[in-house]
Write a protein that binds this ligand. Structure first.
Ligand SMILES: NC(=O)c1ccc[n+]([C@@H]2O[C@H](COP(=O)([O-])OP(=O)(O)OC[C@H]3O[C@@H](n4cnc5c(N)ncnc54)[C@H](OP(=O)(O)O)[C@@H]3O)[C@@H](O)[C@H]2O)c1
Length: 269
């Protein structure tokens, strides 16, 4: 049966859907027969991605150009989450790193990070989960990070924002499970996307084995969602790393983690 003839499992809304992990979710879900609602800031790029997915898979693809670090951006996506056809799967994927030491940062930069990585996730989850619990079905995937399991990048507030996403997802996931709704955090390690170049992070010293592919992150996360997990850590390499982060004594972690990117030194220069 071709993808055009397949019945649609419903509509999925993906934030940050034009690049990296979000684009991989869009490709995979369209191939699986989902209709899509794609969110990102760059309207032209959204239209290109939407046309490509419609052409390849014959699915209905809506776009919402929105900056989720703003009030207007969150409100626009909230409106879609309470409209028809209902969104059966929300993927809160858009996120970014400020890549600077907190003491050299500004309130504006840190607020923007929290608004995108934390506030938007809270707002859109709330907007999606109310109708999902009423219908008795639906799922929310929140894209977090392995860095959220411990303060492994001293000076960076990015891991703290992702710690919130993971903790939030596990907590809310347990509360909505009795209503037939799932919430899961997916915690990737280093993944080849535009994320590091956008943030100006130099990854040239990272070994090849440390890198994940966005398509594999998506495959693992959807399998874990199907299994009913609250937290998904793609790839055995990062499962081992997370087990170590969770169980290593804090003092040992503090001894081995350091300001590896020299954020404070560079910022001060
Ligand atoms: N890559 C990694 O190594 C890695 C590891 C762990 C976790 N993660 C997490 O994975 C998620 C996706 O990251 P990625 O690596 O796929 O990043 P990416 O390749 O840089 O893609 C980011 C996507 O988010 C959109 N976006 C950025 N800022 C936005 C805003 N203010 N409002 C709406 N959309 C926005 C971008 O489009 P526009 O620029 O057009 O808005 C783009 O579609 C993030 O939450 C990130 O923290 C990434």
């Amino acid at each position: 049966m071709s993808s055009e003839q397949r019945p649609s499992p419903g509509s999925a809304l993906i934030t940050g859907a034009t690049a990296g992990i979000g684009a991989a979710y869009a490709r995979r879900l369209a191939a699986d027969g989902w209709d899509l609602v794609l969110v990102a800031r760059d309207a032209e790029r959204l239209d290109t991605v939407a046309a490509d997915l419609t052409g390849r898979h014959g699915r209905r693809v809506e776009v919402i150009p929105a900056d989720l670090s703003t009030e207007d951006g969150c409100a626009a996506v909230e409106r879609r989450l309470s409209a028809e056809p209902p969104v059966e799967l929300l993927v809160n994927n858009a996120g970014h790193s400020a890549n600077r030491s907190f003491v050299q940062s500004t309130a504006e930069v840190e607020t923007r990070l929290l608004r995108l990585n934390v506030h938007a996730v809270m707002r859109l989850s709330l907007a999606a989960l109310r109708p999902m619990t009423q219908r008795g079905r639906g799922a929310v995937i929140n894209v977090s990070s392995v860095s959220g399991f411990a303060p492994i990048m001293p000076g960076s507030t990015y891991p703290a924002s992702k710690a919130w996403v993971t903790n939030f997802s596990e907590s809310i996931g347990q509360s909505v499970r009795p209503f037939g709704v799932r919430v899961m955090a997916v915690c990737p390690g280093y993944t080849r996307t535009e994320f590091h170049s956008r943030a100006g992070i130099n990854t040239s010293g990272l070994p090849g084995w440390a890198w994940l592919q966005a398509d594999d992150v998506v495959t693992d996360s959807l399998r874990d969602l199907h299994k009913g997990k609250f937290v998904s850590v793609p790839s055995w390499r990062y499962k081992v790393a997370v087990a170590a982060l969770r169980h290593a004594p804090r003092r040992l972690l503090q001894a081995v983690t350091r300001d590896t990117r020299g954020r404070l030194r560079r910022d001060a220069a």
